[in-house]
Design a protein around this ligand. Structure first.
Ligand code: CA2
Length: 144
């Protein structure tokens, strides 16, 4: 049961800038915690990050044959990318959209998500703990 965990632009800087918004954990810390949770749930993870929209689209295409579910923090592409929405629409399994911060408590341009219409659920504002919650939900959805 493989899950793709996709992280979009600038998330490679997690833990290195703006800790008041995104916390102190690095993306490597998040990956380590996700790997522990996944092991307990019997999931296999591919944990990926790119600053490039097309790379994220390519990984979503790859997930069509290689993954049962997708957890995606598309970063700022959440608010701009019809291409990522189209790619997710071509994926058959469950998709959870995740944001570390509560995007609804931030600037107006972060309130709209192009991806939310495709997502089975959206997690926002739970910090990096949201990744664990999303994995638990994906596990439930693909085990049902
Ligand atoms: O809250 C989230 O997870 C976001 O997806 C993060 C994106 C932002 O554009 C979304 O509106 C909400 C930004 C990721 C930038 O990550 C950084 C982390 C540390 C330092 C600088 C940027």
């Amino acid at each position: 049961m493989t899950i793709f965990v996709l992280n979009g632009p600038n998330l490679n800087l997690l833990g290195k800038r703006q800790p008041e918004i995104y916390g102190h954990e690095t993306l490597a810390d998040v990956e380590a915690r996700c790997t522990d949770v996944a092991r307990d749930l019997g999931l296999t993870l591919r944990f990926l990050q790119s600053n490039h929209e097309g790379q994220l689209v390519d990984w979503i295409h790859e997930a069509r044959d290689a993954a049962r579910g997708i957890l995606i923090n598309a970063g700022a592409y959440t608010h701009t990318s019809v291409a990522i929405l189209d790619a997710l629409n071509a994926f058959d399994g469950p998709v959870i959209e995740l944001h570390i911060s509560n995007t609804h408590a931030r600037e107006g341009f972060r309130h709209h998500s192009f991806l939310a219409a495709r997502a089975n659920g959206v997690i926002a504002g739970f910090g990096t703990q949201g990744y664990e919650l999303a994995l638990q939900r994906l596990h439930r959805l693909i085990s049902a």
